[in-house]
Design a protein around this ligand. Structure first.
Ligand SMILES: Cc1cc2nc3c(=O)[nH]c(=O)nc-3n(C[C@H](O)[C@H](O)[C@H](O)COP(=O)(O)OP(=O)(O)OC[C@H]3O[C@@H](n4cnc5c(N)ncnc54)[C@H](O)[C@@H]3O)c2cc1C
Length: 68
């Protein structure tokens, strides 16, 4: 039994899941893709992390995290 179901394992879903886990909540994260990370997913090709979907060059965070 889970406390929370999070749809989407992008930056937002992953961050919220991590925060909830740190609060001892049981979290299930599902995603329609067969990989985690959403649009910032990268593949390591010959030692270099290559973006597969978009080219994020800098990820901006709020002072205390994205939401919680
Ligand atoms: C071209 C481009 C450049 C960008 N550059 C930057 C940058 O330089 N710096 C920056 O801070 N931000 C940048 N962004 C924004 C960046 O993409 C977001 O900040 C961040 O990746 C969004 O994360 P997210 O978790 O909200 O969404 P996403 O990364 O889109 O994750 C959503 C996840 O939900 C899943 N999903 C969606 N619908 C369903 C469903 N029905 N069922 C199951 N799973 C589902 C998707 O498969 C995906 O894995 C850029 C965006 C674009 C388009």
């Amino acid at each position: 039994m889970y406390d929370y179901l999070i749809v989407g394992s992008g930056l937002f879903g992953s961050t919220v899941a991590n925060r909830l886990k740190n609060m001892d909540k049981k979290v299930l994260v599902i995603d329609k893709r067969d990989r985690v990370g959403g649009n910032v997913y990268t593949e390591n090709i010959e030692g270099i992390n290559v973006h597969k979907y978009i080219i994020c060059h800098l990820i901006h965070f709020l002072k205390y995290g994205m939401m919680l």
